[in-house]
Every structure is written in structure tokens, then in C-alpha cells.
Design a protein around this ligand. Structure first.
Ligand code: ADP
Ligand code: MG
Length: 196
């Protein structure tokens, strides 16, 4: 089973071709890194995978569901951490997560259980009542990962999640995500311009 199947994808911003004839697969439960310099088209790919942009050419399947034909089934399987953080800095860690759970239609009691679970998994439990503003970059990324996993996706997309972090935090984040992948059977697609 493939968690993700990208076939002959092409995308242009007007006259500027950003992606051309891109095909690859990520097997269920596996970790994949997509390495490319700035401007290579990584964030464009993430925007297509999350349906921020409509497909122009090619096909994307998430856990066998076509993003074009079965968008709900496909999107439900996706968790995403965008390149630019989308946390509200003035809300606490827990408030950010609660807001997201509500957006996904999780009932309050279920949301509470999952938030507890994810915060423990991300070793953020003790910081749940702090404002996100008080957290360092590595911990903010962990909050975003916790948030991305609340609805139990099978594929986690990370766009440049380690950019802007110091080497020790980069290493910690990398280990952490690989462990999620091993322990949860989660497939991961991590884009980066950083060779390490
Ligand atoms: P990466 O994330 O790998 O740095 P992007 O996907 O952001 O690459 O960009 C790929 C190419 O598309 C670049 O040449 C970039 O300048 C161009 N591009 C990205 N977003 C837009 C946009 N909204 N309008 C026009 N060109 C864009
Ligand atoms: Mg980018």
C-alpha cells in the first residue's frame, strides 16, 4: 500500500513552470525526505497535496484515494506542518490544539483525550498552559506536529520543518519524527533544503 502516489504532476504559475513531470511514491509507514534548493518547487508540491491549489496536470493519491475525485477521503488521511508556522502565538499550546480539533469536528471529550495523548507523545505536557510565544522554535514545531496528528492521519507532510532551528534542535526533531514513523506506522514526507 502506498501512503502517497504522485503521478506526472506539473504545475505552472502563469508562464513560470514550477513542477514538471513529477512522479514518486511514499510507502505506508515509511519516512521519505524530498531534498531540493530554494525555488525547487517543494512548497508548490505541498500546496497541491493539501489542495490549496487545484491540480493542473497529473494525479495525486493519498492512501489510494484520488485527491481530484475523492478529496474528502484523501484529505482526511493527511496531517500537515506548513513552512510558515500557523500557530497563534497569543494562545496557549492547549488552546491552539483545541481550536484545531474543533475545526476537524472532534467532540470535546474526544479532543481532550487526543490532546492529552499527543502532548505527552511530544513531551510538551508540562507546557500546555504556556503561550506559544514563550516556546523556542523546536518546541513550536512539536506543537504543530501534535496538532497535525490530532485527527489521526496516515501521512504527515512537513515542509521545511527544521529550517531556522539550531543543529541540536534539528537533530532532535529529526529523531522525534522518525520515531513517530516507527512507533505509529505513520508515513512521512519531509521536504528540506538542508543536507543533514
Ligand atoms: P521551494 O518551496 O522549493 O523553495 P516553491 O514551491 O516555493 O519552491 O517555488 C517554486 C517556484 O515557483 C519558484 O521559482 C518560485 O519563485 C515560484 N513561485 C512560488 N510561488 C509562486 C507564486 N505564488 N506566484 C508565482 N511564482 C511562484
Ligand atoms: Mg518552500
Amino acid at each position: 500500500m502506498n501512503a502517497l502516489e504522485v503521478s506526472n504532476l506539473a504545475f505552472a504559475y502563469g508562464a513560470r513552470q514550477a513542477l514538471q513531470d513529477l512522479s514518486f511514491r511514499v510507502e505506508a509507514g515509511s519516512f521519505a525526505a524530498l531534498l531540493g534548493p530554494n525555488g525547487a518547487g517543494k512548497s508548490t508540491l505541498i500546496a497541491l497535496l493539501t489542495r490549496l491549489y487545484d491540480l493542473q496536470q497529473g494525479d495525486i493519491r493519498v492512501m489510494g484515494n484520488s485527491l481530484g475525485q475523492q478529496p474528502r477521503q484523501a484529505l482526511r488521511q493527511l496531517g500537515v506542518v506548513f513552512q510558515q508556522s500557523t500557530l497563534d502565538l497569543d494562545l496557549s499550546v492547549e488552546q491552539n490544539l483545541r481550536y484545531h480539533a474543533a475545526l476537524h469536528g472532534l467532540a470535546k471529550t474526544q479532543a481532550k483525550v487526543r490532546i492529552d495523548e499527543e502532548l505527552t507523545r511530544q513531551q510538551l505536557d508540562e507546557r500546555r498552559h504556556e503561550k506559544v510565544r514563550a516556546l523556542n522554535g523546536g518546541h513550536r514545531r512539536r506543537v504543530e506536529i501534535a496538532r497535525a496528528l490530532l485527527h489521526r492521519p496516515r501521512l504527515l507532510l512537513l515542509d521545511e520543518a527544521s529550517a531556522g532551528l539550531d543543529p541540536a534542535s534539528r537533530l532532535a526533531l529529526n529523531r522525534h519524527v522518525r520515531q513517530l514513523c516507527r512507533d505509529q506506522g505513520l508515513a512521512v514526507l519531509w521536504t528540506t533544503h538542508l543536507l543533514d
